[in-house]
Ligand binder design. Structure first.
Ligand code: NAP
Ligand code: MG
Length: 396
């Protein structure tokens, strides 16, 4: 078979620990034999971030802006322990935060759903994905102590808008968002729903925060007008609900919903959704912004498995989300470049992963939720080998 060609590069951000090990195997065993990979490579390992004083992180984000499509391996977020472990010059910020801030995108998180794996909410037969606005609100907030008898004043260009003088010791919070960013969040949410043929729900608490949250609500409702025809054509729906009502609606649903949420609710609900679908290793994640697409797995570097790997164990770490990361990246690259062969390769790679699991070849983390009679527990290498077998059949 002749290898698939790539005209434009995909940005590759390499990472740390167990995911770095598996990442390399995925590339060598599932991609390189079939594709003439065209890659703009950035090593985001903690060692190289330290070496480059973290400049490599920003460079990699700029590369995604340039080439439009990237794939990211999981990376260590530094803390005191890691400073000691790797003899770091300082505590570097989370690479994800740096990249997200630069790309100013919307974060999407979506589970890979299998009928042979039980989930905590049995009625959810199809994926529930989260679109999280990843800018602003309490993530850019400032707190002020206001002591009994003190007065806090809010003014705009000297014009007083609000005054607060409590007769108790109090704590006061300010937060903001950018109107442009909210518009963008809405647009990307509608487009993602269309691309996945999912119903879209947007929710805030505009009854309690009428000024602030109404802006979000109105922007979403207005944006919907641009997409109404397409939604109707595809037979999907858009609904706005108060956030508590949204929870009730979603619990009763069978899935196939993209749930768009403000920054804080999105942060929390994306973890809740991951928990329901069983394993973090089955969660895909994407940052989509200004025509750029960056894919990654939702999980971290799986340090606990890496410690055992370092002692010589071939762990049963699940590589589904990492393989899907590459597959989605190649699919998107193919789509943007009208490179059908490359796009279809991504689709087939995902199908091969599905076949592997549906035929009972599963990693340890999936055993508890597996609901068919027979399964074979495989280690991470055996899993990739199995995927490769199914992939070969599909490519022939
Ligand atoms: P983690 O890497 O997600 O792993 C937590 C636990 O979840 C693992 O010990 C394992 O449980 C299970 N798990 C996660 N992914 C799995 C997989 N693919 N296959 C099988 N089991 C899996 O979280 P962490 O241990 O809290 O964080 C490790 C490092 O990752 C930290 O340095 C953190 O900063 C970083 N991190 C990076 C990202 C990112 O780059 N996007 C995200 C989160 C965390 P068992 O041990 O019970 O098998
Ligand atoms: Mg969180």
């Amino acid at each position: 078979m002749e290898k698939i060609k790539m005209n434009t590069p995909i940005v590759e951000m390499d990472g740390d620990e167990m995911t770095r090990v598996i990442w390399k195997d995925i590339k060598e065993k599932l991609l390189e034999p079939y594709i003439d990979l065209n890659i703009d490579y950035y090593d985001l390992s903690i060692e190289n971030r330290n070496e480059t004083d973290d400049e490599v992180t920003l460079e990699s984000a700029k590369a995604v802006e340039k080439h439009k499509v990237g794939v990211k391996c999981a990376t260590i977020t530094a803390n005191e322990d890691r400073v000691e472990e790797f003899n770091l010059k300082r505590i570097y910020p989370s690479p994800n935060a740096t990249i997200r801030a630069y790309l100013d995108g919307v974060m999407f998180r979506e589970p890979v759903v299998f009928s042979c794996l039980d989930i905590l909410v049995p009625t959810w037969k199809k994926p529930i994905a989260i679109a999280r606005h990843s800018f602003g609100d309490i993530y850019v907030s400032k707190s002020f102590d206001v002591k009994k008898g003190e007065t806090l004043k809010v003014s705009i260009d000297g014009k007083e808008k609000y005054e607060y003088s409590p007769d108790y010791d109090a704590i006061f919070l300010t937060q903001y968002n950018k109107v442009e960013s909210i518009k963008y969040f809405a647009k990307e949410s509608f487009e993602y729903a269309i691309s996945k043929k999912m119903n879209l729900i947007f929710s805030t608490k505009d009854t309690v925060v009428p000024g602030y949250d109404s802006v979000f609500k109105e922007i979403f409702n207005k944006t919907y007008e641009n997409y109404k025809d397409e939604f109707e054509k595809l037979g999907i729906e858009y609904n706005y609900y108060l956030v508590d009502n949204a929870i009730a609606q979603i619990m009763k649903s069978e899935g196939n919903i993209l749930w768009a949420l403000k920054n804080y609710e999105g942060d929390i609900m994306s973890d809740l959704i991951s928990a329901v679908y069983g394993s973090l290793s089955l969660m895909e994640s994407a940052i989509i912004g200004n025509g750029t697409y960056l894919y990654e797995a939702a999980h971290g570097t799986v340090t606990a498995h890496y410690r055992r790997y370092q002692k010589g164990e071939i762990t049963s770490t699940n590589s589904v989300a990492l393989i899907f990361t590459w597959a989605s990246g190649l699919e998107k690259r193919g789509e943007l470049d009208s490179n059908k062969e490359l796009h279809d390769f991504g689709v087939k790679l995902k199908q091969a992963v599905r076949e592997t699991i549906e035929n009972g070849f599963i990693t340890g983390d999936l055993i508890k939720s597996y609901n068919k009679e027979n399964y074979t527990k495989v280690n991470y290498l055996e899993f990739i080998e199995k995927v490769n077998e199914y992939l070969k059949k599909r490519l022939n």
